[in-house]
Design a protein around this ligand. Structure first.
Ligand code: NAD
Length: 269
């Protein structure tokens, strides 16, 4: 009989899901990715899958009765599958946290989790310090500001390309200043971190965001600063990319692994 901890399914089988699978394999057999949900058009090959069971349809995955589902795919995948999983009482961890900037989706996930008596966990992903924001907010946070800095090439294909000539930038240049709601809408690929900060702190409208293209940047950096009744707080991360996908921070993949282990742990410290 399979250990309950082994009935872990991932949605998507890209860089993050594979990193997770490889890391669990290195750590021994206490945890493992046992199944994946990927639509037929993106389905991995049998050799990529190995012993991982493949589902193309969310209802088949629900019938398999996973103990935990971990979304490592896209904002669309959160919208398309996660409400059904939660409604059926299946706890789910999501990495595409930026999807929660859509109020209607957030409300429908909450209703589904309430109906199914299940729990949705959003990972901290590429950012840290969210525990401080969550603890500090009940006493009152007067400001929360997020600054994201990436090399100019990382902003190609975004509205930044219409504002500045990314290829010829010679110094760090702000390509967006506004709130987290506008940032999530205009820069959806950057939305995971801004959404995590906004949800942990003072919400999408009040969270200030600055996005910077810096030709001297060699890594993606994230800075969060907050002031409030508790005092003040500042954290800055210089994230290395995941070897298989330069667009995803290694820390984001590690945070998924930590969230899974924590989900099953008897003592949560
Ligand atoms: N929270 C964070 O800080 C953070 C950081 C980085 C990335 N992310 C999110 O993690 C997600 C996964 O990252 P990755 O590096 O593994 O990406 P990836 O592109 O390497 O892999 C994504 C996988 O999901 C599959 N997929 C896409 N749409 C799907 C759908 N609707 N249903 C099922 N499968 C689908 C793709 O086929 C692919 O296998 C990204 O979409 C991104 O939003 C979050």
């Amino acid at each position: 009989m399979q250990n309950d901890k082994q009935r872990i399914a991932v949605i998507g089988f890209g860089a993050m899901a594979r990193s997770l699978q490889a890391s669990f394999r290195r750590a021994g057999d206490q945890f493992g990715v046992a199944a994946t949900l990927v639509p037929e058009e993106f389905a991995p090959t049998p050799s990529e899958l190995g012993a991982v069971k493949l589902f193309n349809d969310v209802s088949d995955l629900i019938d398999w009765r996973p103990s935990l589902v971990v979304e490592c795919a896209s904002h669309d995948a959160v919208r398309d599958y996660v409400p059904a999983l939660l409604r059926k009482g299946i706890d789910t961890i999501i990495v595409s946290v930026g999807s929660l900037s859509e109020k209607r989706l957030l409300d429908s996930l909450e209703a589904a989790a309430t109906e199914g008596r299940s729990r949705l966990t959003a990972v901290s992903g590429a950012i840290g310090g969210l525990d401080v924001l969550r603890s500090a907010r009940s006493a009152g946070l007067s400001s929360v500001a997020y600054t994201g800095t990436k090399p100019p090439s990382a902003w190609t294909g975004t509205p930044a390309a219409d504002i500045v000539d990314l290829a010829s930038l010679s110094q760090a240049t702000a390509i967006f200043q506004g709130n987290a709601e506008q940032a999530a809408r205009l820069y959806p690929k950057n939305a995971n971190v801004t959404a995590a900060v906004a949800l942990a702190g003072i919400g999408f409208e009040a969270t200030q965001v600055v996005l910077i293209a810096d030709p001297s940047a060699t890594a993606n950096s994230h800075r969060v600063e907050a002031q409030g009744a508790f005092g003040s707080f500042k954290i800055e991360l210089q994230n290395k990319p995941l070897p298989d996908n330069p667009k995803t921070s290694w820390l984001a993949a590690l945070s998924v692994e930590e969230a899974i282990v924590r989900h099953f742990r008897a003592i949560d410290v």
